[in-house]
Every structure is written in structure tokens, then in C-alpha cells.
Design a protein around this ligand. Structure first.
Ligand code: BES
Ligand code: MN
Ligand code: ZN
Length: 493
């Protein structure tokens, strides 16, 4: 579901804006200290803002909100004193999210916003307003705030580009959340391909979808084997962005290939998951959703690189036609892998896509995104993604982009001593990592590395941060869209 909240910059005074828009609430920022702002709203209060902040023991921390009532024009409205800390990007993202949550059920909210990263404030406010519900009776839950009118300290015109950037990033993230939150009864590989085609048409991308017949003919053995257990066959989705089609002149800077894991449901296959682990597995295509969402936003952000997005989509199910433990698969390009556990299916479909990228697309850099291993979740928890790379500069750039976007990643090593864990007696490699090595996210990354050759490559394991069990600042419960803002920040600095 698209975000229903609208956010835009306005000028003039906060009182005028509130009266014009009929806003039920007005918000002013409080810096760390707390430092109360000078505002004309204080004139109609029977106490000072400092006194009010003292009463509530406020600190001006981001996320904190102190409320009172204030007369503006002929109406009493809610006054929200919202903490902005030092007004760093992370502070404003959190403050924007807190304000939007507080504004639920309101038609409009006017917020004075301090000088700083308005894109981050916008992301926070819009993403905290995201909802996903199928068939909920109207009015059951408080609706997201209708309009957030931002009164930027630097004026509405100077603020407009940042607000636009933040809006594009938030919309992309919401799209990724929508795709991943959709239940697998509806979402199968062909549904995902259809969504990709629809989105491609809307965002000026070329698209090619390979169906099962082509996948068999062209040797995409991993996709065919993983998808074989399902009555709903696999797809390889290829989206292409060329900046010259978006009006840019000259040669593109470089060719980036993004690869996403698109397992539309992961039952584990014959190595069946217990129900507790299975019930969240409609989001096992979150990496693919992130890639689709990033592709959709490239034109709006004026990205100068050529970008290809590959989504390896399959449903991992047990049946008489499913792959078995002990089977050997020939991947695109011929590398073979022995399936020791059918639940390690993500690397099998990614292997095909990575090998195809390397052999056919001549990429300057490859980045894959995948909910790949429970081990990454154990290592880094629900808020940090695991990053692996064969290139220090690429790793550093992605780490920086993640921090700036509020989607942090932590680099883990590709330990050479663990490479023998994926040796196989009967194939080139095995898909599970032999016992005695541990480090399941590292052995999975080592498996993927076999398919990228010497191309600069990074792998983001988002099994932890790809979904959230609770609302938290701009994050909403369920799929988070993790990675979309990181990648957009990296591609469009
Ligand atoms: N999709 C799962 C990984 C996962 C687990 C994502 C939890 C999100 C939350 C993946 O396909 C998987 O099942 N991995 C196995 C690999 C093992 C069999 C080698 C795992 O992590 O247990
Ligand atoms: Mn699995
Ligand atoms: Zn999986």
C-alpha cells in the first residue's frame, strides 16, 4: 500500500500555516539541552516553553515529544515540542518518525524543522506512516497523518530538493515493504515478475523475464532445481536502467549489477522448516524486493551509472518433483553444487544470477542482497546487515552509505580457512557448509564468491534487518525494505 501521508514545504509563520491548512497540531523542535526555540506560539501560553520542558523533565533527545494545548487563530490546537538532539541526519530521521506517529488520526500537522538533512526528516516521517493491511475495516485503527507541512528554517525553496530526495527514498522503501509483505498465496514468481513489469513501465526501465522453459534451455540449473518442487515455476527477472534513456548525455559512468534473492516462499523444501521458522518466510524475497524498489527510483534520482537488476525468483516447496538432499545441480556456466540441505536454497538461485551477470553483462561491480542465513541474524541481530566483499573500497563505500541512510551494515570476513567447508566429494562445491566450521553466513558468502570470478562484488545478508518484530522509529513491523535506502545513497550520492 502506498504511503498515504503527504509531506511538503511551506513558508511564512507557523500560525499562518496552521490556520491555512486547518492543522490540528503544530510542532516546534527542541535541541538537546533542552534548548527551547523562539516561537510566536509561546506568546499565547500562560507559561514559558522552558517551564513546560522542565515540568516534563525533557532532554531534547530525538524521539521525545512533550505536548500542550495552544490557541492559534480561533482554535485550540495541540502543541508538540519534539526533540531533535543535535539535528544530525539520524536525529532528524528519528524525530520525523516520532512526529508522524504522534500525528496519527490527524488531518494535518505543521512542523518547524531545524536546519539539517531534510531528506532524513522526510524519510522518517513518511516511513513511520507506512501501513500494510489486507481487508481491515475502515476506521478500526488510527489513520496515518494526512499532511505534514514542513516549515524549514532555510525556507521552502531551499528545502525542496532534499524533501524530494527523501520522498523518493521513502517511496522506494515502501514499495519494497509492500512486495515483501504480500502473502505468498498471492505472491509467486510469476506474480513478482508481473509486478516488476508494471513497475518497469512506470519508471522507464527495460524488462526481460525468463520463464521455466528458457531457464532450462539456458542452463539456470539452480533456479530450475529450487523451483522444481513448486507447482508455480521460477522466473529470472532482469530490469535495466540506462541513464541515456533518462535524458543524461555522455557515456554512463559504470555498469552496476544488483542481484536479489527472490524466494517467494521458503518452506525449506524436503529439508522442511519447523512452522515457527516457516511462518515469516513470505519475506524471503526481501532482497529481490529491495532490488526492484531501487531500480524503480533510479530515474527520479538522476543516477549516472548504468544499472541492471536481476531477481532470481522461485518458490521452495517439498513435493515429488522437489530437489533432494544429495542431488547435484549444474549452475549457469557449468559450476556444479551438491545439495546437502534443500533449505540452503538462496545461494543456489543466486549462484545462477551471479554467474550470468559475470559471464554476460560485463559488470564493473556486482552487489547482491539476500535474506540468506539465520546465522547472520544470530551474529548481528535485527538492525545490522552483514556485508561481505572482495573489494575494500566497495566495502567502505557501502558501509558509509548504510550509516548515512540509517541502514547500517557490518563487514564480516571471507575466511580462506573456511573455504574447505564447502568442498564436495561429487561436485565442485556443496551448498550447506560441512559441520565443524560454524560461521554459516561466512560459508554462504564463500559459496557465492565462487560465481563472481574476479569482479568487484559485495554481498549483503539481510536475514536480520529485512523484517522487524516491532515498530521502531521509521521501521514498521513486518518487512522493512532494508537496503533500498543504502543502495540508493550509494548510487546517487
Ligand atoms: N531464508 C533462510 C534464511 C533466513 C532465516 C532468513 C531466518 C530470515 C530469517 C535461508 O534460506 C535458510 O533457510 N538458510 C539456512 C541455511 C542452512 C540450511 C545451511 C539457515 O540459515 O538455517
Ligand atoms: Mn531456506
Ligand atoms: Zn531462504
Amino acid at each position: 500500500m502506498p504511503i498515504e501521508t503527504r509531506l511538503r514545504a511551506v513558508g511564512g509563520t507557523v500560525s499562518h500555516a496552521a490556520i491555512d491548512l486547518g492543522a490540528e497540531a503544530v510542532a516546534v523542535p527542541v535541541r538537546k539541552g533542552p534548548q527551547a526555540p523562539a516561537t510566536e506560539l509561546a506568546e499565547s501560553l500562560p507559561f514559558t516553553l522552558d517551564e513546560l520542558l522542565t515540568l516534563h523533565d525533557a532532554k531534547g533527545e530525538p524521539g521525545e515529544i512533550v505536548s500542550a494545548q495552544v490557541r492559534v487563530g480561533d482554535k485550540v490546537r495541540e502543541l508538540l515540542l519534539y526533540g531533535v538532539g543535535e539535528a544530525e541526519p539520524a536525529d532528524l530521521r528519528k524525530a520525523g518518525a516520532a512526529l508522524a506517529r504522534r500525528g496519527r488520526g490527524r488531518d494535518a500537522l505543521v512542523a518547524v524543522v531545524p536546519r539539517g538533512d531534510l531528506a532524513a526528516f522526510t524519510e522518517g516521517a513518511l516511513l513511520a506512516s507506512y501501513t500494510f493491511k489486507i481487508g481491515a475495516p475502515p476506521g478500526e485503527k488510527k489513520k496515518a497523518v494526512g499532511t505534514v507541512a514542513v516549515l524549514p528554517e532555510e525556507g521552502p525553496d531551499a528545502a525542496a530538493p532534499a524533501i524530494e530526495r527523501g520522498t523518493v527514498a521513502a517511496r522506494a522503501t515502501a514499495l519494497a515493504r509492500d512486495l515483501a509483505n504480500t502473502p505468498s498465496r498471492e505472491k509467486d514468481p510469476s506474480w513478482l515478475a508481473g509486478e516488476a513489469e508494471r513497475i518497469a513501465a512506470e519508471s522507464g526501465l527495460a524488462v526481460r523475464v525468463r520463464g521455466e522453459k528458457e531457464l532450462v534451455e539456458e542452463g539456470f540449473g539452480g533456479l530450475v532445481a529450487v523451483g522444481g518442487g513448486s507447482s508455480r515455476p521460477p522466473r529470472l527477472i532482469e530490469l535495466s536502467y540506462d541513464p541515456r534513456d533518462a535524458g543524461a548525455s555522455g557515456e554512463p559512468e559504470r555498469h552496476v549489477v544488483l542481484v536479489g534473492k527472490g524466494i517467494t516462499f521458503d518452506s525449506g523444501g524436503l529439508s522442511l522448516k519447523p512452522n515457527d521458522n516457516m511462518k515469516s518466510m513470505k519475506t524471503d524475497m526481501a532482497g529481490g524486493a529491495t532490488v526492484i524498489a531501487v531500480m524503480a527510483a533510479l530515474r527520479d534520482l538522476g543516477v549516472r551509472a548504468r544499472v541492471t537488476g536481476l531477481i532470481a525468483a522461485a518458490e521452495n516447496m517439498p513435493s515429488g518433483s522437489a530437489m533432494r538432499p544429495g542431488d547435484v545441480i549444474a549452475h549457469y556456466g557449468g559450476t556444479t553444487s551438491e545439495v546437502l540441505n534443500t533449505d540452503a536454497e538462496g545461494r543456489l538461485v543466486l549462484a545462477d544470477a551471479l554467474a550470468y551477470a559475470r559471464a554476460d553483462l560485463d559488470p564493473d561491480v556486482i552487489v547482491d542482497v539476500a535474506t540468506l542465513t539465520g546465522a547472520a541474524k544470530v551474529a548481528l541481530g535485527l538492525r545490522y546487515g552483514a556485508l561481505f566483499s572482495n573489494d575494500d573500497d566497495l566495502a567502505a563505500a557501502l558501509t558509509r552509505a548504510g550509516t548515512a541512510a540509517g541502514e547500517p551494515v557490518w563487514r564480516l570476513p571471507l575466511v580462506e580457512d573456511y573455504r574447505e567447508a564447502i568442498d564436495s566429494d561429487v561436485a565442485d562445491i556443496n551448498n550447506t557448509g560441512r559441520g565443524g566450521y560454524g560461521a554459516g553466513s561466512i560459508t554462504a558468502a564463500l559459496f557465492l564468491r565462487e560465481f563472481v570470478g574476479d569482479r568487484p562484488w559485495a554481498h549483503l545478508d539481510i536475514a536480520g534487518p529485512g523484517r522487524s518484530t516491532s515498530d521502531d522509529a521509521e521501521i514498521t513491523r513486518g518487512a522493512t525494505g532494508f537496503g533500498a535506502r543504502l543502495l540508493l545513497g550509494w548510487l546517487a550520492p
